[in-house]
Design a protein around this ligand. Structure first.
Ligand SMILES: NC(=O)c1ccc[n+]([C@@H]2O[C@H](COP(=O)([O-])OP(=O)(O)OC[C@H]3O[C@@H](n4cnc5c(N)ncnc54)[C@H](OP(=O)(O)O)[C@@H]3O)[C@@H](O)[C@H]2O)c1
Length: 294
């Protein structure tokens, strides 16, 4: 597994990371979550992404791999979390300074880690939040030693604005063969500020393997793009998931591509994919995208 620098943090991270949103699903059996986490580390992954609001993801990371904390870099997120009301789990957005501090402290306990490597905002604060107080609380967790590095998870212009305005170490955002917008909005500002680029949705949720439109906008919107985008023609003999990951990894500014999965076979197959892709194919994938969506 190749390692890449995570911006100016001094950390080297595996170019393929684990997105741990899916293992937070409360209906996923414990053994399966444990197996995904242990397989990821055994396969050379040294970067795990989670969030306070990803169900029981943080608890499971704490339960199954906190004893191997030195083997990986852990990134979590604050700004929202889940509460149970009348038997239903609801997401609460909370960018108050107290909310941020309490969420980070709760993450330390769930993860069983005194010091968390990275905490990012799960989206930048909203218009009604006191933005300065929110960032002060995030930076405060770094100053008091709970957190080593801070960042934001935010796509688009708002993400670029945050990189300009605040002293951030990392940014998490979408970049894949179907969503190449970050080339314009985010990579340039990250380069300028030497921030680590954590890529979410790096294989575009594998929507191009689905024959029916998935329910909901999260997978539905990429699926719509995939209907127009000539991925199979461009990929030729290369399997589509392999091509999608290779395309993301081919970007020189990507630090780690965090793939989400609950499937150990997928995980093993993903970690065997290498980051080589002919320049002609990269250019073909870019120009087809620009023509359709640019
Ligand atoms: N706002 C935010 O901060 C935000 C938003 C979205 C995601 N994220 C983070 O980014 C991570 C990755 O994003 P994502 O999960 O949305 O997108 P993704 O990694 O592009 O795609 C994940 C999907 O692809 C499937 N998959 C994985 N490997 C496969 C393979 N070899 N063959 C076929 N299907 C495969 C997975 O299903 P199987 O379980 O069947 O493998 C899963 O449904 C998340 O886990 C989360 O940590 C953050």
């Amino acid at each position: 597994m190749n390692l890449r620098p995570l911006g100016k943090t001094g950390l080297d991270v595996s170019e393929i990371g684990l997105g741990a949103a899916q293992i937070g699903n409360r209906s996923l059996p414990e053994e399966q979550a444990e197996s995904v986490l242990r397989t990821a580390l055994d396969a050379g992954i040294n970067f795990i992404d989670t969030a306070a609001m990803y169900g029981v993801s943080e608890e499971r990371i704490g339960r199954y791999v906190s004893d191997r904390q030195d083997d990986f870099v852990l990134a979590t997120k604050c700004g929202d979390y889940q509460i149970e009301e009348a038997g239903t789990w609801k997401t609460v957005k909370d960018y108050s300074p107290e909310g941020i501090t309490e969420t980070i402290d709760a993450s330390r306990k769930k993860l069983q880690m005194d010091v968390i490597d990275i905490v990012q905002f799960h989206g930048v604060p909203g218009d009604k939040d006191d933005e300065e107080a929110a960032y002060d609380a995030l930076m405060g967790a770094k100053e008091n030693g709970w957190v080593k590095f801070v960042g934001v998870s935010q796509d688009g212009q708002k993400g670029a604005d945050a990189a300009e305005q605040w002293d951030l170490d990392t940014q998490e955002f979408t970049y894949n063969v179907l969503f190449q917008e970050a080339d314009t909005f985010l990579f340039p500002s990250l380069r300028e500020h030497e921030m680590g680029a954590i890529i979410k949705r790096p294989i575009a949720n594998a929507v191009y393997t689905m024959t029916e439109r998935p329910e909901g906008a999260f997978n539905g919107v990429p699926w719509d793009r995939a209907q127009d985008y000539p991925l199979a023609d461009i990929a030729g003999d290369i399997p589509l998931v392999d091509f999608a990951l290779k395309f993301t990894l081919a970007h020189p500014d990507v630090s780690t591509a965090i793939i989400g999965t609950t499937n150990v076979d997928h995980l093993k197959a993903n970690t065997a994919i290498t980051d080589d892709l002919d320049n002609d194919l990269i250019e073909a994938a870019k120009s087809a995208w620009t023509e359709l969506f640019g």
